[in-house]
Design a protein around this ligand. Structure first.
Ligand SMILES: Cc1cc2nc3c(=O)[nH]c(=O)nc-3n(C[C@H](O)[C@H](O)[C@H](O)COP(=O)(O)O)c2cc1C
Length: 328
């Protein structure tokens, strides 16, 4: 009997296909459908630190031209946070009651500050684990890489001090020394790292000469950067790895498992093809395992090495072999 169970979020998951955090995972009806489709876990839409700040900013703007009343704004700040948090806790509670699948709370953090006290509440509400969506675009040239990196380690340390549930992080690849950061984060006591989050990117509309937002959904070709780094890092870490970005098919999911990932987190494909895709991804993995004679994921997980010892792959990374052989 083929078994596709795996280990991530410090938990045993019945499938390596996880529904990534997005608006798809922000309401109970969708969550139930995703659970029914066979997801290994569901990461809820993030509670955004940033969003809370924005709501406060809107209130400040609304109150103009009146002089802001400090006391009122403090109170308003408290109300927004309290309300956001209460709704989120209710969603965790309902999702836990109405599904069998692990429910992962998620917080998007832009600073390692007061929201950390929320983490405890998410645990109390019944979340099985907590994913920290840590993001900082290092665009401020006056800040050193050490300064920027401290945010990641500070946040993880503070959260681990306040909760007992497993904590995982989802990061971007915007680091000056990516391998070192991933390795050091893996040794902090977290239960997993997901490579790499995908941000809304700016684009340019040349007709109207305007800055616009690029496609919010990933293309299937975008899996190559997370795949490379999964392959480079997987056997060097103290915690399991998962991958996200551009995973739209069972074939791509299998590539990540072969390169050492324990799980894959999918989002765009659920918007494009519906949540039933999760069942298709599970079936695709099962069928491939059957063809290959594998009984469990650990029979082949990490079989392909994409690290620096694999000279041929790295030669190709430099384009030399590929273009050297071709005549155009
Ligand atoms: C509409 C949308 C909303 C998202 N919201 C969140 C979020 O709240 N928190 C988060 O950590 N990631 C969020 N993501 C990122 C996804 O969880 C995922 O990591 C990313 O989209 C890459 O996976 P994909 O290529 O399968 O979409 C969002 C993605 C999309 C498309």
């Amino acid at each position: 009997m083929i078994n596709i169970s795996t280990q991530f979020f410090g938990l045993k998951l019945k499938s390596p296909v996880v529904a990534a955090s997005s608006s798809m995972t922000s309401n109970l009806d969708q969550i139930k459908k995703i659970a029914h489709a066979g997801a290994g876990a569901i990461v809820l839409k993030s509670l955004f630190e940033e969003e809370i700040h924005m709501q406060l900013q809107e209130e400040l703007t609304r109150r103009k031209p009146f002089e802001p009343d400090e006391e009122y704004l403090d109170y308003f700040d408290y109300i927004i946070k309290d309300e956001n948090l209460k709704n989120y806790m209710q969603l965790i509670d309902q999702a836990k009651k109405e599904t069998e699948v692990p429910i992962i709370a998620s917080v998007s953090c832009i600073s390692s500050s007061e929201w950390i006290s929320f983490a405890r509440k998410l645990e109390e509400a019944g979340a099985d684990a907590l994913e920290l969506n840590l993001f900082l675009i290092p665009s401020d040239a006056s800040k050193s890489s050490d300064y920027n990196e401290m945010f990641y380690f500070d946040t993880v340390k503070k959260v681990l001090e306040v909760v007992d549930i497993p904590v995982t992080v989802k990061i971007s690849h915007y680091f000056s020394n990516l391998a070192k950061i991933i390795k050091e984060l893996s040794a902090t006591g977290i239960a997993g790292i997901t490579l790499f989050n995908r941000f809304y990117s700016p684009d340019v509309d040349i007709e109207n000469e305007l800055a616009i937002t690029a496609d919010a959904l990933s293309a299937p070709s975008e899996y190559l950067i997370p795949l490379r780094w999964t392959g480079i890092m997987a056997d060097q870490l103290d915690c399991p790895l998962a991958a996200t970005t551009g995973i739209h098919t069972a074939e791509t999911a299998i590539k990540f498992l072969l390169s050492g990932a324990n799980a894959v987190q999918v989002s765009s494909v659920l918007y494009k093809e519906g949540v039933e895709t999760i069942g298709k991804l599970n079936d695709g993995i099962l069928n491939w395992m059957e063809q290959k004679g594998y009984e469990k994921i650990d029979d082949f997980r990490g079989k392909i090495k994409l690290n620096t010892k694999n000279a041929e792959v790295f030669e190709r990374a430099q384009f030399m072999k590929y273009f050297g052989e071709k005549t155009f």
